[in-house]
Design a protein around this ligand. Structure first.
Ligand code: TYM
Length: 373
């Protein structure tokens, strides 16, 4: 099998999630935790039910706290290196549901400093332009402005930096090197950066002068930052943040790696037109169908490797019985690849039509979401 790599700045190869669970030291979400979670939430979300959110750290502890009346806050983020694609929306869609069912606050960090430090050819100005655009995508998902706070690393440095240096004082170069593989040629900002990503996991506790549990939804690539954060926060007198990890929405060309903005033809962006979506799915979405129609009818397709099917499963068909029907028909050969692609194109376009409409009005709301110090 091709070697895979998963870290905050690179995801490649065939990601073996069982191996990641062992290597990263996260826990799989098992049936009893799923049932407990759904019972306390009062409802179920297809992303956790289908195992897209597959792992966690300390979720049982977080639920214990919640049941004792100790409400948690949510923390997630975005590194504004470019346009947002459908994969980036997955943690935000899940956070929106969590915010609604648990009635909790959500803190969203925009790491303009990170992208400046890690993207060799981008200016801070370009990154901040992307950030403005990305904020519109996040707002378009329907967050409650009274309970949702945007933190911008360079803008909120006044409240974040004093906390970041407390983290940095406990983080050594050797911890960073072994977590991220950095070396002497890495710039010093890159080595410092995890200290900034750790801050929102306890900043609300600082601001409210009350130690509050934190839950961080994210894709598994961000876990190394939070493994370090969890080591350090107890040393500063704060609880370890709990976290919940999803797998990656795959790129158009196959199930290896993740949908990524660095590949224009591997990703569907939130601003793509209906025609772009149609072209991308028809031309590039890897198909699990057979070479000829006759063979397909006889042997059926393989939904596990079919990208159109995967997009429905991850995001665009929330109804289990509809998804099950598509699975059966495609696997038996009753449904062709062309028909499956058309269903996916229609579903994505239906979502994007609404999203793009909401994006237009979102710009006026940005100020409401930026945390006021
Ligand atoms: P960024 O901007 O790379 O990604 C934003 C969020 O999207 C997740 N993600 C994906 N999820 C599913 N499928 C994909 N193909 C996919 N690609 C990316 C990421 O895991 C992330 O949750 N350093 C962070 C920003 C950040 C952050 C956080 C993220 C700051 N604080 C707290 C999560 C939680 C970054 O550059 O994410």
């Amino acid at each position: 099998m091709e070697k895979s790599s998963v870290n905050p700045w690179e995801v490649s190869g065939n990601v073996d999630y069982d191996r990641i669970v062992r290597e990263f030291g996260v826990q799989k979400i098992d049936d009893s935790l799923l049932k407990r979670f759904e019972k306390i939430a009062g409802e179920s979300h297809f992303m956790i039910r289908r195992g897209i959110y597959f792992a966690h750290r300390d979720l049982n502890w977080l639920l214990d706290q919640y049941e004792k009346g100790n409400k948690f806050f949510l923390y997630t983020g975005r590194g504004p290196s470019g346009k947002m694609h459908l994969g980036h929306l997955i943690p935000f869609v899940f956070c929106k549901w969590l915010q609604d069912v648990f009635g909790v606050e959500l803190w969203i960090q925009f790491t303009d400093d990170e992208k400046f430090l890690f993207k060799q050819n981008m200016t801070l100005e370009e990154i901040q332009k992307n950030m403005h655009d990305n904020m519109m995508d996040v707002i378009a998902l329907g967050f409650d402005p009274k309970k949702t706070h945007f933190l911008v690393d360079t803008k909120h440095a006044g409240i974040m930096y004093p906390e970041a240096i407390k983290v940095a004082k406990k983080l050594t170069y050797s911890m960073i090197r072994s977590s991220f593989g950095m070396d002497e040629s890495s710039n010093v900002g890159q080595i410092f950066f995890t200290s900034m990503q750790a801050v929102p996991a306890f900043l609300p506790s600082v601001l409210k002068n009350k130690k509050m549990p934190c839950l961080i939804p994210h894709a598994i690539d961000q876990d190394p930052h939070f493994r370090l954060t969890r080591d350090i926060l107890p040393k500063l007198g704060y609880p370890k943040p709990a976290s919940i990890q999803c797998s990656f929405l795959p790129p158009l060309h196959g199930t290896d790696g993740k949908m990524s903005s660095s590949e224009e033809m591997g990703a569907i962006f939130t601003t793509d037109s209906p025609k772009d979506v149609e072209n991308k799915i028809k031309k590039y979405a890897f198909s699990g169908g057979r070479d000829t129609l006759e063979e397909h009818r006889r042997h059926g397709g393989n939904p596990d490797v079919d990208i159109s099917y995967q997009y429905l499963k991850y995001f665009f068909e929330s109804n289990d019985s509809e998804l099950g029907k598509i699975h059966r028909k495609y696997k038996s050969g009753e449904m062709t690849s062309g028909e499956l692609k058309q269903i996916t194109i229609d579903k994505i376009n239906e979502f994007l039509k609404e999203h793009q409409k909401r994006r237009k009005t979102a710009e006026k709301q940005i100020e409401k979401f930026i945390y006021k110090t």
